[in-house]
Ligand binder design. Sequence first.
Ligand SMILES: NC(=O)c1ccc[n+]([C@@H]2O[C@H](COP(=O)([O-])OP(=O)(O)OC[C@H]3O[C@@H](n4cnc5c(N)ncnc54)[C@H](OP(=O)(O)O)[C@@H]3O)[C@@H](O)[C@H]2O)c1
Length: 269
Amino acid sequence: MSQVVLITGASKGIGLEIARRLQSDGFNVYGTSRNPEKSGIKDIRLLQMDVTNDETVTQVIQQVMLETGRIDILINNAGYDLYGTAEDTTMEELHAQMDTNFYGTVRVTQTVLAHMREQRSGKIINIGSIGGLIALPLNSAYAASKFALEGYSESLRFEMLPFNVYVSIVEPGQVKTETLNTAFPTTEQQTIFAVEDAATRARARGENVNLKPEHIANTVSKIVKKSRPKLRYAVGSQVPLVVAMRRYLPERVYESMIKQQFIDPVLAK
Ligand SMILES: NC(=O)c1ccc[n+]([C@@H]2O[C@H](COP(=O)([O-])OP(=O)(O)OC[C@H]3O[C@@H](n4cnc5c(N)ncnc54)[C@H](OP(=O)(O)O)[C@@H]3O)[C@@H](O)[C@H]2O)c1
């Protein structure tokens, strides 16, 4: 019997690519989307779930359990990237970002933990980000959500080890997906930064990145086949480089590099 995979946010981008890869690897894949019909995806079974909504999360888990009796692998991928200065980000926008990227992951995970613990087996793979390892300016809400995911994943991993359930976090650098086009600036823009310019620059950087959803799918495909996967998997050469720069460069040098690249060009005239 093939292993059952549930992946959130499988209607496009990284999630869709992972779903397709695992399905072709022979797994029984269930994906989720807030609006499966609108997605136009026919080759992956998409169930309606909004990770910010308890009811839809419970319903989907119940349906998968009813149909298959188990969930072997949970992949928490649903998320988006909020651009804008910390000052301009409203509490509502911050809550919404945390509710999808962080609490969304927690909400779905909480709902499968008991099943996996009782099964005495399982894998939970959280899609983190380079943004959870280093925080860039104009991205504080996203960084907060992905830093939170790092802490949550690390702590939960220890708790689940006795039950043969392995928690991992995948940390991609910037990936070429639609998210870069939809990464919207915060609504209020009163500060000195030209936030729209910053978002445009981020999208332009995204056009030049070599990392594609297939690379993340390759990593996830390897993780699910390991009997004891590790906690952290960085994907892309950008990640170890930037993390090493932050760790080993003198703080003033690192700060001035980041400021030159990300702040100076978007200071409003
Ligand atoms: N692209 C990058 O550069 C990059 C880099 C590092 C990490 N990541 C992470 O990778 C993950 C996927 O990003 P992506 O680039 O593939 O984004 P994407 O192309 O915009 O796809 C996002 C997916 O998340 C789903 N989603 C968003 N909000 C949701 C909600 N409230 N409930 C359920 N599903 C929701 C969307 O589904 P529906 O709209 O159909 O509901 C969609 O399938 C995110 O966690 C992101 O932070 C991305």
